[in-house]
Write a protein that binds this ligand. Structure first.
Ligand SMILES: NC(=O)c1ccc[n+]([C@@H]2O[C@H](COP(=O)([O-])OP(=O)(O)OC[C@H]3O[C@@H](n4cnc5c(N)ncnc54)[C@H](OP(=O)(O)O)[C@@H]3O)[C@@H](O)[C@H]2O)c1
Length: 262
């Protein structure tokens, strides 16, 4: 896959994994629109990329707003006239907590960003993506979409919904030339990632995840689960009870750590 002259929109590009993905795509020659709510951070990064001779545009938007998303997509099209790809990265897992202790609107807010936000961006961008005849949309999931984790019930459910929608969109939109994919990062050293004290042997760097993302784009993988978590998904197919027990052990230990630190 060649990125030269392609136009990509990366949501969640003000920090963390989305920021590193925006940098990686720009370094590959793509023109990159950086989207998130933090306008100053986006402007700073777009200026830093431009200073390196790369093409970047800050597109502040809250993906929970129809108007903001429509205006952001229109800005990208006014600037560059096309849209070849979207990385729907925006969102984070919040704080781990038992479902009965979580705020009553917790599930609703998780779905508002991860599920409805990604859907809103796709809906607004779809005419441009179809016009391009060959375009890619990558929605960000997590291993817990397939093996839900105690302490993150709403997040697990939201990511499961992202996977289900993506699989259905993939089938429906393929004839229109829009290739919908899913990418599930491993446990990553970002502010959101470190808020979950998971008992795992390794925390991946966001730069590593961004490179894995670019490689998955080049491979054309419909579903990419880098960093070893594919093994858990394989185990889930062979022995769902064992995979569930492993994830429960991870979730309850992380919850114990959060509660001990409180
Ligand atoms: N880190 C991990 O270990 C891990 C593991 C598996 C999956 N993931 C997934 O990977 C993605 C990125 O995670 P991360 O760790 O990089 O998170 P992060 O560091 O918290 O970054 C989240 C990004 O999303 C943006 N965002 C949040 N709400 C938004 C909204 N309403 N509208 C627009 N932008 C919004 C934030 O920017 P503003 O605050 O400026 O809006 C920020 O740029 C998420 O989908 C997460 O669920 C992460």
């Amino acid at each position: 896959m060649q990125f030269d002259d392609q136009v990509w929109l990366v949501s969640g590009a003000s920090t963390g994994i989305g920021l590193e993905i925006a940098r990686a795509l720009a370094a590959c020659g793509a023109r990159v629109a950086l989207a998130a709510r933090s306008a100053d951070a986006l402007q700073r990064e777009a200026a830093a990329l431009a200073a390196r001779g790369l093409q970047a545009l800050a597109v502040p938007m809250d993906i929970r707003s129809d108007e903001a998303v429509a205006a952001g997509i229109a800005r990208v099209l006014d600037t560059w006239g096309r849209l070849d790809g979207i990385a729907n990265v925006a969102g984070n897992g919040g704080t781990l907590s038992r479902w009965c202790d979580a705020p009553s609107h917790g599930t609703e807010s998780m779905f508002a960003v991860h599920v409805l936000g990604a859907e809103r961006v796709l809906r607004a961008a779809l005419p441009a993506l179809v016009r391009q005849r060959r375009s890619v949309v990558v929605n960000f999931a997590s291993t817990v979409a397939w093996v839900p984790m105690p302490g993150a019930a709403a997040y697990s459910a939201a990511k499961a919904a992202v996977v289900a929608l993506s699989d259905a969109w993939r089938a429906e939109l393929a004839p229109l030339g829009v290739d919908v994919r899913v990418f599930a990062p491993p446990h990553t050293r970002t502010e959101a990632g470190l808020a979950w004290p998971l008992p795992l042997p390794k925390v991946f760097e966001p730069q590593w995840v961004a490179q894995a993302f670019v490689q998955s784009l080049r491979r054309g993988a419909a579903r990419s689960v880098p960093g070893g978590n594919g093994a858990l998904l394989a185990l889930q197919r062979l022995s769902p009870g064992l995979a569930r027990r492993i994830m429960q052990r991870i979730g309850f230990e992380a919850l114990r750590r959060v509660e001990a630190a409180a």
